[in-house]
Design a protein around this ligand. Structure first.
Ligand code: 5GP
Length: 191
């Protein structure tokens, strides 16, 4: 998606060898006009797949998932990063190691909101080592729902998550695939 790639090159900053900061438009301040284009592109790629639910993980996936859901006309469920007492009933649970915080979270979804009748599109902002996506896929499998695939805004393709999940047969659609990046020269894309 050229618009997104141009924006990453213009406003993204690289920290160290493997962290891309896109706080000014994606995951702190959010550019909703850009999110609309992202949502339309996810619809173009997954239209006709029968998606009736979008699943994401808190926090930075939520905004993108909500705007995308307007195009799919379906609800969004977000996986919560720790057990909270205000969720009644049974839960699907899994563990996710956070790339950015380097710790392991329990991640939960109420069984009320995901089940056999659902066809799920997973949406997230980044794909790096794949732990977040694998955790969400585990929740989908526990629920008996079908997985349509995953829509990722930025895949760091030099990290192993995308290749590993595609090799397992998961349809992963990433709108910008980063081939390499460095603080001095910036970001280079795969295609
Ligand atoms: P993974 O589980 O694939 O290793 O990492 C995915 C999660 O880590 C995403 O949900 C995202 O929040 C965070 N993440 C991974 N890499 C980056 C990065 O380069 N920049 C930012 N801002 N977040 C990242």
């Amino acid at each position: 998606m050229e618009l997104l790639k141009r924006r990453i090159q213009q406003d993204g900053t690289v920290k160290g060898n493997d962290v891309l900061k896109v706080d000014s438009f994606l995951n702190h301040q959010m550019d909703i006009a850009l999110f609309e284009e992202i949502g339309k592109e996810f619809l173009r790629r997954f239209e006709g797949c029968g998606v009736n639910k979008i699943l994401t993980i808190e926090a930075s996936g939520i905004g993108i998932a909500c705007i995308t859901a307007q195009f799919f006309r379906c609800p969004v469920v977000f996986a919560k990063k720790s057990q909270t007492k205000n969720i009644a009933g049974d839960l699907y649970t899994t563990k996710v190691e956070s790339f950015t915080h380097g710790r392991v979270y329990d991640v939960i979804v109420s069984q009320k909101f995901l089940g056999r009748s659902d066809k799920v599109l997973i949406i997230d902002d980044f794909l790096a080592n794949g732990a977040a996506l694998e955790g969400l896929i585990d929740l989908v499998h526990q629920s008996g729902a079908q997985l349509a695939g995953a829509g990722i805004v930025i895949e760091k393709a030099f990290q192993p998550g995308g290749d590993r999940l595609r090799a397992k047969g998961v349809r992963v659609e990433s709108l910008a695939r980063v081939k390499s990046m460095c603080e001095e020269t910036g970001v280079e894309f795969l295609d």
